[in-house]
Structure formats: C-alpha cells, structure tokens
Design a protein around this ligand. Sequence first.
Ligand SMILES: Cc1cc2nc3c(=O)[nH]c(=O)nc-3n(C[C@H](O)[C@H](O)[C@H](O)COP(=O)(O)OP(=O)(O)OC[C@H]3O[C@@H](n4cnc5c(N)ncnc54)[C@H](O)[C@@H]3O)c2cc1C
Length: 477
Amino acid sequence: MLDLLTPNIVDTDTFDLAVIGAGSAGFSAAITAAEDGARVALIGYGTIGGTCVNFGCVPSKAMIRAVETLHTAKAAARFDGVKATASVTDWAAMVAQKQALVDDLRAAKYVDVLPNYEGVTYIEGQARFAKDGSLQVGERIIRALKVIIATGSSPHVPDIPGLDGVDWLDSTSALEQAELPKSLMVMGGGYIGVEIAQIFARAGVDVTIVTRRGLLPEAEPEVSKALTKAFSDEGIKVLDGLAYDSFEKSGEGVTLHTTHNGAAVRIEAEKLLLATGRVPNTGSLALDVAGIDTNARGGIVIDPQMRSTREGVYATGDVTGTDQFVYMAAYGAELAAKNAMNGNTLNYDNSVMPAVVFSDPQVASVGLTEALAKAAGHEVVTSVLGLEHVPRALAARDTRGLIKLVADKNSKKLLGAHIIAPEGADSIQTAAMALKMGMTYDDLGAMIFPYLTTVEGLKLAAQTFEKDVAKLSCCAG
Ligand SMILES: Cc1cc2nc3c(=O)[nH]c(=O)nc-3n(C[C@H](O)[C@H](O)[C@H](O)COP(=O)(O)OP(=O)(O)OC[C@H]3O[C@@H](n4cnc5c(N)ncnc54)[C@H](O)[C@@H]3O)c2cc1C
C-alpha cells in the first residue's frame, strides 16, 4: 500500500486505482477494475487512445491495405489473359481517408467508451510520482491504493553523428506525409521499418532499407531471407551489415555515410525514416523518486504478476519494454488490474504469443525459433515447407514464402511455427492453438484442413517431418 494513504481519506482525488496512460493498456486496466466496482482515475496525456489507434496499428494497416490494391493490379499479370492497372491519383486523399478511420475508431473505441463506466474518472495531464507514492497531475494530487503504469513507448532516435543536422521522419510523421517523396531511406529492418518501407515502395517511392542485421533479425533465418528476396523482387533495396558513420544534408535530402565490409558506402535519399525501435515512456514519471526500477533498455522492471519494484505499483504494455503488441498490452493490463484490485496472483504467460508483420508476404510466428528451442535444451527437429507445395499458393500463382515448424525430437511436440506467406497471418492462430494444446506434429498432420486454404500448409508442414510431401496425393490424407 502507498505510504501516505489511510483508508478513511475520502475526497474527489482519492481512488482505489490510478492508471497512468490512456492507451490500449490503460483503458483495459481501467475498465477491468471498474467492472469489479473499483473507483478508477485514468490519467491521460497526449492523444487519448495512445499509439495503436492513433499512430500505430490502425493507420499503418489502413495504408497497407490501400497500397495493396496497387500491387494486386500489377500482380494480375501472373494470370494469362488478364490485365489490370491501378495508380495513386491523390496520395493526400489516401492519407486523409486513413485519418478519418483513425478519428472514427478513436471515438468509437476510446472516447465514447468512457461514459459507460461510471467508476472511471478521466483526468487529463502528465502524471508524475511523488516520494510518498501519490501522483501529481498539474496542480492536482491523486492518491490511490494501487497504481498501474501504462505509459507506452516512443520512437527510438539513434545516436549517430550529424543526425541532429538533418530532417527525419518517424513512424508517426511518415504515415502523415501528404506528399510522396521521390526516394526514402528507411533505417531499421524491424517490423515497423519493413511495413512502412513497403507502403512507400508500392506507392512508387524508391526505397532503400539500411540495417545492421538485415530484415526481421529475430525471425527464423529462412523467413528473413525469403522476405528480403520478396522485397528485392519488388524493387526495395535492402542493405545489411552496415556500420553507420554519420549523416549530412545533401542537395534536397540526406546522405548517410556507412561502412560495409571495411569499405565506405554513401547512401542518399530525399527523406529519411528512423525505424530503429521504440523506447519506453518513463522520462516524465520520476520513477527514481518513487523507487521504481527500470532495466538496461529503459523498461519498467516487473515480475510475472506485473508488480514493479514498489509495492502497490504495477506496469504493463510497451512501457515494460517487452512484447510490444497491443494485444499483449491489453492482456497484461487485465492481469495487473485483477492482481492489484482482487488480490489475485495471475501470472503473465507469453509462451504462445502470436506475432505478425503485415508485410506482403505476411510474416507470422508463435513459440520458439529453432535457435531458441536449442538454447532451451530441446533436441530439435524442424520441417521447412516451401509454398510451392501448398495448393492455394499454386492456384494464386504466388509461391513466395514458406512454413517452418519446430518440434521436440523425442516427444514430437510442436515448439514453434513460423510462416511467411501472402495470406499467412491468419493461419498463425491455428498453430498457436496447437502449441497451447501441446499437440505433436503427428496430431496436427492428422487433422482435417479445408482444401485449398493457406492454413492447410500447416498440415502439410506437419506431415513433412516424416514424409516427402511431393509424394502425397491431393488433400494430403
Ligand atoms: C507504426 C506502428 C504499427 C504498429 N502496428 C501494430 C499492429 O499491427 N499490431 C499490434 O498488436 N501492435 C502494433 N503496434 C504496437 C502497438 O501500437 C503498441 O504495442 C500499443 O499501442 C502499446 O499500448 P500501450 O497502452 O502500452 O501504450 P500507448 O498506446 O502508447 O499508450 C500510452 C499512453 O500514455 C501516455 N503517457 C505517457 N506518459 C504519460 C504520463 N506521464 N502521464 C499520463 N500519460 C502518459 C502516452 O501519451 C500514451 O497516450 C504498432 C506500433 C507502431 C508504432
């Protein structure tokens, strides 16, 4: 319990729970506690709704779907006797339409939701801890029995000489550009860099991705390689193994001086997008004053029950520096609220956390990679199935991608699934359920899957552990 509190203090600024940050995690925590009858202060700073709806998931996916139509038209050439064309006629209109969707969803999923919860008081302002554990928001002091920190993350700005002398975009401003540049340099090969690079490339911009470790360096190597090939085939340049030396302004744009295999390489573009990761938003909170620890990457240290190093204070979402996906933020928030308010001891479990990159082909994974499974002490077997063996991909004349399954050799239990496929994202949840249920690859291979679906590839990949899929007849019975 927080130091200054006595149970009989009752004034308008005393609550059962204070939630700092009104993004996805903050809303989930506040609603969960309010549904259980708690009086909640939801303290929001910046645009209500936070990253996902305003600057992240929604605007990026809206733009991805818009430019997909341009690619689909080009891809029609795969089919004999078909010709289609599509082009950007008004980029600013596309951006405005995306923004209208963002505004609608912010209203529907956040602003308009609040009045349904009488127990939640929305307080606008930047919260900061005092030593006694109370919170200062502007002139107000907020006292609460428990606090949940859900302040999210912001784009990381790398420390590279000359960067402060050039203009750059981050993921937020990139998705707001009303005009298309001629060329774009994307620094960073993580999922945000990859998704935004493809948006601009498909809209006709000359895109170069510069990275130290290639595209999606945490993914299975086969997946990163397949994505790099797909991007190169679309004309997106991917440079890896670079050491970044310095930036300078040049002509109409930016020059990056790098070193590659000991040789100096200059890369120029009209615009620069920094996509080198996200850093937890802790700077405004005075965590040190309250004795709340952060780790080397700046995330708030929490235990599996979402408890920080200060009693009564919990944290969830991007501010913890891990699992930076909106559904994990909301899941952790629900646990934190239940543990904080009901005395539960629920543990956070990310062992079957699906992760999706909305590139094309899409990348989706769940569970362990081959390397992580080995590091965890398993004797590992894998199955890698190219999409040329999946009937749906053949019918679509689009065999970009593969499915890789990872299993324990002795028990045959599935440990991980990794998909890169044009419509691969939705298939990952089937693999997630298989992992959750502790299925073996024999179990998965014996299940009935609908013919010709992308998810059928999972069955074929499961059978590939012990059979040569090329020798199977239709429907892999
Ligand atoms: C370009 C992009 C695309 C993405 N796409 C996806 C996707 O497709 N799927 C997916 O699952 N995830 C995606 N994400 C990640 C997802 O958006 C985040 O994981 C999620 O929004 C984190 O939620 P949160 O509640 O932890 O933080 P946020 O939503 O960032 O909310 C935190 C809030 O706290 C506020 N705040 C900060 N400090 C204070 C303070 N002192 N006092 C009060 N308030 C404060 C912030 O202003 C913010 O409003 C994407 C992210 C980006 C950037």
